[in-house]
Write a protein that binds this ligand. Structure first.
Ligand code: A3P
Length: 291
């Protein structure tokens, strides 16, 4: 692929063709009651949580899975549809596992209704907007399937305006937070909490999922999912994906809270903070920009 995709307005959200071209099949996707939907705005840590869930469910029973199937095949990307490549819905339909782990970046209003009808468990991951923005910028630089990011200053502006793939970070994070208040099978994870204490967050995931692995298993999983280990692991570091140019930036880039300080100017941080206060007015949702 040589030319970068263009963003367009899709029911009020900026999207690109490879996530809308299979729309009817996405919307009519038949979920199963034990499916687990893993959701996040792009670059909030969805690969990390996908790997944790995959290890919790299948780490013991099928060790060969861990060395031979990349994480993006174990956990299909529901709305992804690239011509002549098997689509996310097809991959999900063919998944032999039970439960099926399915990934999506969709804002809450676009989730196929079957997931709600079956009362499926959903894990949502949110990351503070400043680090999320920085991570997204570097991802767009290195991933030729993403829209051209342009200069940092224009990317910054676009992020504030919500003209990003999957739309506004603010709408996404707020929309899912609001959903959590009425949908009890939604577990909302914060990236910063995972960095602070991965083991504690694995515990919380287990209790949400109704799993009770041994203390030893939990320790082993917590160790395997640490940044350095996932970065070395070919099945989780995306090194097998040809459209990503790791010389521009690796997929497993820094994995830190606070990297925004290396990118935002003081003026940008002030503009951002002012704008943030206006858009994030639910005091029950607090995302930390440093820990
Ligand atoms: P950075 O670009 O800040 O390094 P996603 O999986 O949703 O695309 O998110 C990718 C971001 O999550 C990247 O952030 C990546 O490094 C980070 N990440 C992935 N696995 C991680 C881990 N085990 N620990 C910390 N951060 C992780």
């Amino acid at each position: 692929m040589t030319s970068r995709p263009q963003l367009f307005d899709f029911h009020g959200v900026s999207m690109i063709q490879c996530v809308t071209r299979n729309w009817e099949n996405v919307q009519s996707f038949q979920a199963r009651p034990d499916d687990i939907l893993i959701v996040a705005y792009p670059k909030a840590g969805i690969t990390w949580v996908s790997f944790i869930l995959d290890l919790l469910y299948f780490g013991q029973s099928s060790p060969e899975r861990q060395t031979s199937i990349p994480i993006y095949e174990r956990v299909p990307f529901l709305e992804m549809a690239i011509p002549s490549v098997v689509s996310g819905t097809e991959l999900a339909d063919k998944l032999p596992t039970s439960p099926r782990l399915i990934k999506t970046h969709l804002p809450v209003q676009f989730v196929p209704k079957s997931f709600w009808e079956h009362n499926c468990r959903i894990v949502y991951i949110a990351r503070n907007a400043k680090d999320n923005m920085v991570s997204f910028y570097h991802f767009d630089r290195m991933n030729l399937m993403e829209p051209e990011p342009g200069e940092w200053s224009s990317f910054f502006q676009r992020f504030l305006e919500g003209k990003m793939l999957y739309g506004s970070w603010y709408d996404h994070v707020n929309g899912w937070w609001k959903k959590k208040k009425t949908y009890s099978k939604l577990h909302y994870v914060l990236y910063e909490d995972m960095i602070e204490d991965t083991g504690r967050e694995v515990e919380k995931l287990c209790s949400f999922l109704g799993l009770s692995p041994s203390a030893e298993e939990k320790r082993a999983i917590t160790c395997r999912v640490q940044f350095d280990n996932m970065k070395k692991n070919k099945m989780t570091n995306y090194s097998t994906v040809p459209v990503m140019d790791f010389e521009v930036s690796p997929f497993m880039r820094k994995g830190k809270v606070g990297d925004w300080k290396n990118h935002f100017t003081v003026a940008q941080s002030e503009v951002f903070d002012e704008d943030y206060k206006k858009k994030m007015n639910d005091p029950t949702l607090q995302l930390r920009t440093e820990i």
